[in-house]
Write a protein that binds this ligand. Sequence first.
Ligand code: GLN
Length: 252
Amino acid sequence: MAKKQRFTVGWLYPDLMNIYGDRGNILTLLKRAEWRGFEARSIDLGRGTVKGMDGVDVFFFGGGQDREQALVYEDLLEHKQVPLEQAVAEGAMVLAVCGGYQLLGHFYQTAEGERFPGIGLIDVKTEAGKKRFIGDVVVDAGIEGLRPHTLVGFENHSGRTFLGSAARPLGRVRLGSGNNGSDGTEGCLEGGVVGTYLHGSLLPKNPQLADYLIRRALARRGITELEPLDDSTELAAHEAILRRAQPRAPER
Ligand code: GLN
């Protein structure tokens, strides 16, 4: 019996950067890899020197309030930047949500003006505003061939993120504020990094994005196709958010 191939998810700061059900993204990646016959595991990449980042297929960096971001940004620069850049250069993927997304950019500046330098893995910068963006979000994704092409989730952030020329948006908002509430973009795609403001958690209701991350991470092993799964429950949840996002017909 052929030994099962291993599939590894690396969870950055699970103790500090993990809000609004972000853990659901880890479970989704592990389960969908397991259902395709992989021996799936996740490793915690907390503060300090950590081992095993070179063996990770998909990194996950969740959200966190300004207080948590203040506790992790120096460690990210000191202990994670180099191995993360290395791993992504070698074909690993990264999914970063909200506070994690912001710290992968050039900087995150709080509403009080305090600036946390990021690692510049993606060409984005974020400055917090006074008003928080909170609510359901529906995005028309810009990933070729993604089916469904919509992404649904929930946002809660004060940061306004602006993309530089090297980053392209993950998609355009149909509902919600997205990156900054003004240019209609949401998230970013750059190299092996997918950044987004979508919590919820994101992947359980958007299984097509989970498979996109898994497939791209496996490409370096020559695996380009994934066996289809029965996603009827996941897609029913997706549809429910799309319906909820529909503007209601005026009362007669
Ligand atoms: N503290 C950041 C902001 O307010 C990120 C919040 C989050 O991760 N939900 O924008």
